[in-house]
Write a protein of this length. Structure first.
Length: 256
């Protein structure tokens, strides 16, 4: 157990970390084989390991630590960032991870780790409670989730999350929107956040900025609206649900 204490302290590590710890590749390879056999460490995926708590026989690295360390640029995003920030009311068995370099989706201990392309670097922060967890800040999480809600979680889940928030930093949102540089994002963000502007303390001039960026394109808020009851919102040049806020289920809590 010469290295176990160090590995337990590291929690999650790569083979390169083991080489640094032991001094050479041959010793690191022997250590991996021996410690896996003795259940001191467990392989998460290729070139990624976690220490095992000898008492509980469970990995010491949690799902958010694992997601944040899949590679050097990985960070928790979308509804997984909402979950980590305590915005979600339920536990999910998938973790969405954004990264500059693509990785193959994989499963570990009942959790699926799913890749999402990193759009830009701004808005990624380190957790105050765990230095090994990297995630999008609240404003970046809201924007990423608005962009991708059809692929991740759905519109109801997105609205439930936004409904639980009490403030958004509009300066950050405007900066992130500039990175996206997509007219449809100004349309969707303006339309959705306008429903929550009192709760989120968003000033009217924010929506003026969004309106100025939407151009002349007419779009659907989401594709399936073509088959649902909807109407055309002239301000945002979007085809939208008849009553957006009614989409939140009874279990999601009332809107105020």
């Amino acid at each position: 157990m010469k290295y176990y204490e160090s590995l337990f302290e590291m929690r999650i590590f790569s083979f390169e970390d083991l080489i640094c710890l032991t001094g050479n590749e041959e010793t690191a390879s022997s250590l991996v084989r021996e410690y896996q056999r003795k259940m001191y460490i467990m392989r998460i995926k290729r070139n990624l390991y976690t220490a095992i708590d000898i008492g509980t026989k469970e990995p010491v690295a949690g799902k958010f630590e694992i997601g944040s360390n899949i590679n050097k640029t990985a960070y928790i995003s979308h509804h997984s960032a909402f979950e980590y920030l305590g915005v979600m009311n339920q536990v999910f068995y998938e973790i969405y991870v954004s990264s500059e370099s693509k990785f193959a989706n994989f499963e570990f201990k009942g959790i699926e780790y799913i890749y999402r392309k990193s759009k830009f670097k701004d808005g990624v922060v380190n957790s105050k409670n765990n230095k090994k967890v990297h995630l999008t800040d609240l404003e970046r999480t809201v924007l990423d989730s608005i962009k991708d809600f059809e692929k991740i979680g759905g519109l109801e889940e997105l609205l439930q999350c936004i409904n639980l928030l009490t403030y958004l930093d509009c300066a950050k949102i405007k900066r992130y929107l500039e990175y996206y540089n997509l007219q449809i994002m100004y349309q969707k963000v303006g339309y959705i956040l306008e429903h929550f502007k009192l709760n989120l303390k968003i000033p009217d001039n924010f929506f003026v900025v969004c309106e100025a960026k939407i151009g002349k394109s007419k779009r659907y808020l989401y594709k399936n609206l073509k088959n649902e009851n909807s109407f055309y919102n002239r301000k945002w040049q979007l085809v939208v649900p008849l009553d957006l806020l009614s989409i939140i289920s009874a279990g999601g809590g009332p809107l105020v």
